[in-house]
Design a protein. Structure first.
Lengths: 124, 124, 124, 124, 124, 124, 124, 124, 124, 124
């Protein structure tokens, strides 16, 4: 069951704004309708708040693993991760993109944002 | 026969705007003029309305399968899917792109939109 | 001889604007100067007028085949197709791009437009 | 010797503006300093003037071949072709790009324009 | 231990603005939580201040090597390098991007800037 | 020793603005700190001044070869070439980009400009 | 827990030898040492015995899913699948190849065979 | 210091011959001549002896990490790993291939074998 | 001047046969006919003799650098390196392959061997 | 109509056996069943007989063009070309391979030989 208490954080090492991207290629949950496993990639991008915190990487891995046997739609996975990370990290900006392998011949991508993309990050 | 009653939905899991993309690589219908089968890819992109619904993925697959023995032009496939999904989901934005394999040496792509692309999704 | 009477159409299936692309990879005509065959690709893009018509795909193929033994320059092929399709379909926008295989070590591309590219189609 | 009298033209087949691109991958001239042959690609892009003329393709090939034993710098090749084609065709816009294979470990590209790129052609 | 005293510099060879990029593909430090080594790429881009200094390349290599047995988070590596290079070089602009190999199935990228990207460098 | 007297020029063959690019993939100099050879690519782009001159290609090669046994930093190579070519050619615009192979696991790119990129060349 | 009773079969449709390959890209089990999930691809190749049986595809999927929460080494996964499929299908030849994503910076591939590769399949 | 006591093993899960490949992309040691770090990939391939043992993957990672601050030549790394793994696992066949990033402009690959490649693995 | 006294060696770390490959991508010498620099890649492959020696990598780099200002043909470079390395290392087998960048539009590859390729290395 | 009288030849320039390959990417004929044009590539390979003749290239082009408006199956095109070229050239060996673009979603390749492939050409 998605367990946000697994998430740990540490103080941002800099008062300046900077951007972090973590891409997990080993996410799995269960389809609530068919009971079959779903497999996807989860991309997390965020800018810590000034004086705020960063999410600790191993705890992020454990948090993602807590979805392993959960029956949950793609859309709910995406929004749950966004909402629980926003609550845990209180970032200046955060974005979640999930990419799902084919299911019944259909590939899916879901994207949810918290706040606008930082101007200094646009165009990259 | 295209059967929009097959479409099921569930409440959007978040009050925040987010974007969903489903790409089906296994769509087939029948040419109304020659009776030969057509094969294509159907890309659906949409943003649920605030407090609205999402289309359920397995029902989307069944809905696409209902075109299998229908004699229907590419252009009508594209607009029918757009119109029936808009009616079923009442999204903030929706876009259908169909890509068709060669027929008589001609490859085709058709695109139909409902509403403007969300500003936060432009440029991706 | 290019025969625009071969072109058939059917009413656009939607009152909303949408865009259609047909790419033919099997176009051939004859060089009016040398008598040798020319081989090219023809890309047609257009947006039907509101309440207007779409070109029927098999008739488009037959129309393209009517150039098969015609002695005609690349530039005239491109403009003839544009003009005859505009006359037949009366679209909101239409674009023809022809790409020709090497002839005497020279590859050629010709582009002719009718009306400006629709704003919702720019950037794609 | 570059011989612009080889260039032939024919009336543009349309009163509407359109754009033509011819890419020659078989151009050779001679270095005026070392006497060694140079090999390059020549790209010609232009928009005929309204009511103007197009360059005939076979005559363009013959014209390019007239540089074969000419001792001439890359920069002069590029500007000579631009100037002689502008004189022959009097286009609304014309662009020459020459790409030269390595010579002493140095690859070169030269670009010369006549008039601004047409707005409808920008971005392509 | 990260040792900024290793950094050497030399006067910028020009009063004009110019941009320098150094990409190190052999960076390693240690995870402070698990004690396992981390491996990454470090990209440094900067514009020396007018009349300022450039970082000497071999000293930059030695500086990077001083992280080899340091227990330090990705985010702190990125900000520490940015801050210590800014202090050593006092550039007009500086950017650090770190790309980290997979750890527990998660790949990461961190980016920190000092000052805005120079206008003449945008778009490159 | 970098020898700018090796540079020869000839009058620009056209009063119109045009752009020249020469890419040398066989540049080598010596690291002033370690004495080891450095290997790089040098890209030169410029627009001759109206009524000005072009750099002769073989003399450019000889000029680049004059760095072969010179102990000189990457940054100084880049700015020296820019300054000496600007002095020799007095162009409307000039840009030097040097790309250096890995040295101690670090790859480098340096860019120096003289004047703004011509508007007609932007976007290419 | 790996459950070979899930495997179903049907009679081979031909008395002639032929070869079948099934590639699963969605296999997951659990590391018995660390408790973390492992992710891999499983390739099954076999030749049914003359007058023997083929494995039913949906039952193969269910069988693979029965490893989902099993703590088991890569090597044991590979040999268990080989042995249980050999017992279920009694093939003339069978081969299992498992490819595992990085774990601690190490990617792994394990291969186990039953019987020699059929001569008619070598070299493919 | 290379520490073979870190290596753990477990009984081979099958009496049949099979082949295991582990590729580590995060190996680092130190050059005994210059004191600079070396970075490489280590590929291990082996066939357990009948009734023998397999190397445990996490212990292999810890073993590789024990080279981190060791001054040792590429050739000795390769032969040490081969010899210590042969002693720990007593395999039917074993092969070590090390690939090293550029050092002074030179890339290196070293290969050492124990026993001949198994016939059933040749050609793969 | 090629200086074989720069070559250093160390005792082979193993009594077993193994194979070493060093690829230098930064080799330069001078054409004895034109005086222009040549640029190439040098691949060295060898098997140390039982109880013999390996070439030390930094000394190999210095040895290659001693060709930097030598006027010498491609063929002589290749055979000189083979002969001087055979004399220095007395290997069981040795192979030199030189690949040269274009000179007057011609790319060249030269290969020289000492002894037959080891049977265990064939086909790799 | 296929017209073998168009084929011209010239005496083979050598008494030694050698092999010639001509690949035409601009072949078109007409489907005898539907009347629609077919497009394909034709590969001709042959070895002239000792003291025999070679086919003249421009005459081969004219011969291929004589199929342009012929209603003829793929299989008959392939065998007709083989037979008529064998009759015209009397080669030691000859091979025709035709590759046809998609027709109704099916791509086709036909191969016809005259005599065995020369031993010196096998494997190439």
């Amino acid at each position: 069951m998605p367990d946000a208490t697994l998430l740990e954080s540490f103080p941002t090492p800099s008062p300046s704004p900077f951007v972090i991207e973590h891409i997990s290629e080993e996410f799995t949950s269960v389809c609530p309708k068919t009971g079959h496993p779903d497999f996807g990639h989860v991309t997390l991008r965020y800018q810590p708040a000034a004086g705020g915190v960063c999410v600790e990487l191993k705890s992020l891995k454990m948090y993602y693993q807590s979805f392993r046997n959960e029956g949950i739609y793609y859309e709910a996975v995406t929004n749950t991760i966004r909402d629980q990370l926003v609550a845990a990290v209180r970032p200046a900006w955060l974005q979640i993109i999930t990419d799902w392998k084919g299911r019944g011949g259909i590939r899916s991508t879901i994207r949810a944002d918290f706040g606008p993309v930082p101007a200094h990050y646009l165009g990259r």
